[in-house]
Design a protein around this ligand. Structure first.
Ligand code: FES
Length: 363
């Protein structure tokens, strides 16, 4: 019995000590003002020590990507810390490759500013802005997906590339958090952004966006993302999407036909059932205007009694395999669930695409 009491007392003391350390760190330890050097003197920030690097950058209106609100669970907030970051934490290693660790890449939300730091941030990221907007319209696309159209107020226009995304500011009990959504509108409509939002049960971002109504304010940062269209109009563009992966490929296709009306392109969209189909009429209308554009929707589940369907049946990679001839110069954009991306990538490589010509974004 005496052993049990000793263990309990020891455990209690340890818990008290850890709590005291946390309180001391939060309220008693002052790191003073620390200097954050960005890109070898391009910018310097004087920030309060003790906060995370992510908080310090946001406080200075440098909006690097962050989809989990700084909890260390999305792996988006990577920056290269070249001095003063301390050792890599176990919370970071699942999101960093060995090569990234060797070159000093860190999760900004896990790095505490305790001394002067030097970081490298891509130029493009330094140009990311915070936008204030107003909901212009909210339209139901399917039983669980809606389209939101936001009119920009300040700044009034956004310069983005097709396929990029923004981070919508979402209110939460712990303060605002950011959630990533691809832009489905094309860059030439610079005064608005459109988003495709599927309601995820319990999802803080999608629940918030599904409750917004016309006239409501909204805020987001952006643009972010690496997609780049091949500028050669002879290169055929292949877009394959599933679910909300439709958003970036819609932006790509609308901008493609705004710029190159004759350019060959394919859209393959994989859905489970008829009730998951959206934007089909819009793309059929686009194909009617641009004969080099082909639209293929595929349903993977059996039809319900009484339903009719004139598109493809089965998984979308089978439709890609069926319709694309081998040996054509192409660039492909794949946006959807991981198994879809893997299956479609195998088909495209078999058709002769080089891995460097296949871009993907997992949804
Ligand atoms: S913000 Fe999500 S991991 Fe850092």
């Amino acid at each position: 019995m005496i052993y049990l009491w000793s263990i309990l007392v020891f455990a209690g003391l340890l818990a008290l000590l850890s709590a005291a350390l946390v309180v001391a760190q939060r309220y008693l330890v002052h790191y003073g003002t620390c200097r954050v050097d960005i890109n070898a003197g391009q910018r310097t920030l004087d920030v309060d020590g003790g906060q995370t690097l992510l908080q310090a950058l946001y406080g200075s209106r440098i909006f690097i990507p962050s989809a989990c609100g700084g909890k260390g669970t999305c792996g988006f907030c990577k920056v290269q810390v070249t001095a003063g970051g301390g050792p890599v934490l176990p919370t970071e290693t699942p999101y960093l490759t060995r090569r990234e660790i060797r070159s000093g890449v860190r999760l900004a939300c896990q790095v505490k500013v305790r001394a002067d730091l030097a970081v490298r941030i891509p130029e493009e990221m330094l140009n990311v802005r915070l936008f204030a907007a107003e909901v212009q319209s909210a339209r139901r696309l399917t039983h669980d997906t809606r389209e939101l159209r936001l009119r920009l107020a300040d700044p009034p226009e956004i310069a983005h590339r097709p396929g990029q995304y923004v981070q919508v500011q979402v209110p939460s009990p712990d303060g605002p958090v950011f959630r990533a959504y691809s832009l489905s509108s094309p860059p030439h409509e610079a005064g608005v952004v459109e988003l495709v939002v599927r309601l995820v049960p319990g999802g803080i971002g999608s629940t918030y966006l599904h409750r917004l109504s016309p006239g409501d304010p909204a805020a987001f940062t952006g643009p972010y993302g690496e997609f780049r269209l091949d500028e050669d109009p002879a290169t055929e563009v292949v877009c394959v999407a599933g679910g909300c992966g439709m958003a970036p490929v819609r932006s790509i296709l609308l901008s493609l036909y705004h710029r190159w009306p004759e350019r060959p392109a394919w859209l393959f969209f994989g859905c489970r059932t008829l009730r998951d189909v959206f934007y089909l009429d819009e793309f059929r209308a686009l194909a009617a205007k641009h004969p080099a554009f082909h639209v293929v929707y595929a349903l993977s589940d059996p039809l319900a009694p009484g339903e009719t369907w004139d598109g493809e049946r089965g998984f979308v990679h089978l439709a890609v395999d069926k319709h694309l001839a081998p040996g054509v110069k192409r660039q492909a954009f794949l946006c959807g669930p991981e198994p879809m991306i893997e299956a479609v990538t195998r088909v495209l490589l078999d058709k002769g695409l080089r891995p460097a010509d296949v871009f993907y974004d997992k949804f």
